[in-house]
Design a protein around this ligand. Structure first.
Ligand SMILES: Cc1cc2nc3c(=O)[nH]c(=O)nc-3n(C[C@H](O)[C@H](O)[C@H](O)COP(=O)(O)OP(=O)(O)OC[C@H]3O[C@@H](n4cnc5c(N)ncnc54)[C@H](O)[C@@H]3O)c2cc1C
Length: 256
């Protein structure tokens, strides 16, 4: 099987976000593979274990993204492609999907696995947009995947209900928590990853110019939520506390 995983380098979910000049500051921040993309990589590894084939990781990002691609290779993927973003100042979900499509349209694809959403941008647009560009079916938020020949049987979580879908390959799926338990890279895996192929491409290599993939939307403002005031701890007997709480809800919070 020709398996592709599209993955993004994101802020560590433990990072404390700060804003500088209207932008999220990256100074000193730790980056990781977007957690939903780890489910995508794990599922790709399971597909390869069952059906054989090759797993290619693809990211659109800067040079720093090589670190996360190497982590994916250490988990067991075979090769990686870094599409360098340095030609573009501004990129949105349209740009990202168009750039990934320009690379993927020339590949032999059985399945593309993506995360359901990123923990930073968080729009969940890139997977479905990419499938549209490639004119292949897409199934989002999957929790189980079985491939049999040219057919995939997929389970997805629909607000607590289960939907079962049949789709034909080539196919794009977006992966959700519950699909699997991503493995940690092993020490031999980390050593091997250093020598696995990592191809770096520029927009020119994809016959794209900046105007074709320029962002169509832009963020106009970004700010942190106002700091929360300290909470109030009520003292005394329970009866007294309840009475004080009701008074406060009426006079201060004005919710009753
Ligand atoms: C050079 C550059 C400039 C940018 N400029 C701006 C800007 O000016 N303003 C702004 O708001 N944002 C900017 N961005 C961020 C960019 O818009 C988003 O990172 C990107 O569109 C992904 O959107 P998302 O995080 O909502 O992903 P989602 O749609 O939530 O991602 C879903 C899934 O798609 C896949 N995916 C997402 N992104 C990538 C990727 N890059 N490569 C491979 N797979 C991916 C992953 O599998 C992911 O789990 C910039 C990014 C770059 C690289």
């Amino acid at each position: 099987m020709n398996i592709f995983v599209i993955m993004k380098r994101t802020f560590d979910t433990e990072e404390k976000i700060s804003i500088n000049n209207g932008q999220v500051s990256e100074d000193g921040a730790t980056f990781i593979i977007n957690p939903y993309d780890e489910y995508a990589i794990e599922e790709a590894l399971k597909l390869k274990e069952e059906h054989g084939g090759e797993i290619t990781l693809v990211t659109f990002g800067d040079e720093e993204s090589e670190k996360e691609l190497r982590t994916g290779l250490a988990m067991g993927a075979d090769k990686a492609v870094l599409i360098n973003s340095e030609d573009l100042d501004e990129a949105d979900q349209f740009s990202t999907a168009a750039i990934l499509a320009a690379y993927l349209k020339d590949q032999e694809i059985d399945i593309i696995l993506a995360g359901n959403v990123t923990v930073d941008g968080g729009t969940g647009q890139v997977g479905p947009r990419l499938a549209e560009e490639l004119n292949i079916p897409v199934v989002t938020v999957i929790t189980k995947l079985t491939v049999d020949g040219n057919k995939a049987i997929i389970e997805r979580d629909v607000e607590g209900d289960l939907e079962i879908i049949e789709a034909s390959l080539p196919l794009l799926v977006t992966c959700q928590q519950g699909l699997n338990e991503p493995r940690y890279p092993s020490l031999p895996g980390i050593m091997k990853a250093k020598k696995k192929p990592l191809e770096e491409l520029e927009l020119d290599d994809l016959d794209l110019d900046e105007d074709e993939v320029a962002a169509k939307i832009k963020s106009v403002d970004i700010f942190l939520p106002p700091a929360k005031a300290a909470g109030k701890v009520l003292q005394g007997e329970t009866k007294q506390q309840v009475s004080e709480l009701i008074t406060l809800l009426r006079t201060e919070a004005k919710v009753i």
